[in-house]
Design a protein around this ligand. Structure first.
Ligand code: M6R
Length: 361
């Protein structure tokens, strides 16, 4: 049932404020993160995060959180590479697998490779009775509800929600976060659904930009820090459902090759909240504009005021705690892909050549 929406993807994007609020409350008991007792990170020496597609970009985001908040070294890998490379798994490793379906063949094979090698196996899944959940020591549900659109939207933000809570828990376990800081972080999380609602109000602006983007053959996505994994997620979403060629780069990599692609036919989506890295990203953005590139900027009011006048279009999002930008900024990326696909008349919920769950290699 699409509840009045034209597509399941639209329904799943718009229900994120509600779904995220529920997903969060499933893990909170006042200002305590309610996770299994045995899930302690005090002695974790290393984390290996493995997944495919969108779930992999959730892992890449989590790497930034675990490293900066908890000080745990993190490796991330794509399951299809990890499983055949058979990397050494040193003692003290916790392996964590992220999968919406819990049935992705490569992710399951990677988990089985870690079975007798890692200290413990965690998974972050949407389907609690899935193979990946069953074969994990601890399976953490994301509580996104059934996701029907092939393009993952609410499952991605709900994966981020659980991964962020895990990173906070790890920070507390390792004595790197005070109860006051934790309370503040949880308050910020509780504020997210409201910010998502405000973000959804930008839909008309995003849809207009998307109609113009839909005319392009190639689109680049740029971001730094926490916005770098999200740039990948934005590019994946756009190519999956609108069939427009899209690539993501870390903003700082622009000069090392991709800048050669820039001309007036290539829209460049720049994801840049006004954070500590903003000035760096803006300078990359100006390099793009100096070569005729059309910049679509996702930022906040402070960022919009500083970005300068020559930006092609700006989507101004509400201000959000820096750690939570990947959750909020996923929204305009999803809406951009959605509206570009609608403008192109593609099959939004069942894009060509793709299956919701990839259970074969
Ligand atoms: O069920 P999983 O999370 O393991 O699926 C992984 C990928 O196949 C999936 O995220 C895919 O990339 C989506 N279609 C992205 O929108």
């Amino acid at each position: 049932d699409k509840s009045g929406y034209k597509h399941f993807m639209a329904k799943e994007i718009w229900e994120q404020p509600t779904v995220l609020a529920n997903a969060l409350s499933a893990y909170l008991d006042g200002n305590t993160i309610d996770l299994p007792e045995s899930l302690d990170f005090a002695n974790t020496e290393r984390l290996t995060l493995v997944a495919c597609g969108t779930a992999y970009f959730a892992c890449l985001t989590a790497k930034y959180w675990f490293e900066t908040l908890a000080g745990i070294p993190v490796e991330t890998d794509i399951a299809s590479e990890f499983r055949y490379r058979e990397p050494p798994i040193p003692a003290g490793t916790t392996a964590l697998f992220v999968s919406q379906s819990g049935e992705t063949a490569d992710t399951l094979a990677a988990l089985r490779f870690c079975r007798d090698r890692a200290d413990r196996i965690l998974s972050v899944v949407n389907v609690a009775e899935s193979s990946i959940a069953r074969e994990s020591d601890i399976a953490l549900p994301i509580h996104a509800g059934i996701e029907i659109g092939v393009a993952s939207t609410k499952a991605f933000t709900c994966q981020l929600n659980v991964l962020y809570l895990l990173a906070l828990k790890a920070a507390v376990d390792r004595g790197r976060m005070t109860p006051e800081d934790l309370a503040q972080a949880l308050d910020d999380l509780r504020g997210l659904p409201g910010l998502f609602n405000a973000g959804l109000d930008r839909d008309v602006t995003i849809a207009e930009a998307a109609r113009a983007v839909a005319e392009s053959r190639d689109v680049l996505f740029l971001g730094r820090g926490l916005m770098y994994p999200l740039a990948h997620e934005g590019a994946l979403k756009l190519k999956e459902i609108s069939y427009i060629h899209a690539e993501a780069y870390a903003s700082g990599e622009l000069k090392h090759g991709p800048i050669a692609l820039i001309d007036k036919t290539v829209p460049v989506v720049v994801m840049a909240p006004r954070d500590a890295l903003f000035d760096k990203t803006v300078s990359n953005m100006h390099e793009v504009m100096a070569r005729g590139g059309k910049v679509l900027l996702f930022t906040d009011a402070a960022g919009a005021a500083e970005a300068g006048a020559d930006v092609w279009r700006t989507v101004t999002l509400p201000e959000v705690a820096p750690a939570l930008t990947p959750l909020l900024y996923a929204l305009p990326a999803q809406l951009l892909a959605y509206h570009a696909a609608v403008a192109k008349g593609t099959d939004v919920d069942q894009p060509r050549n793709l299956a919701k769950s990839v259970t074969v290699e």
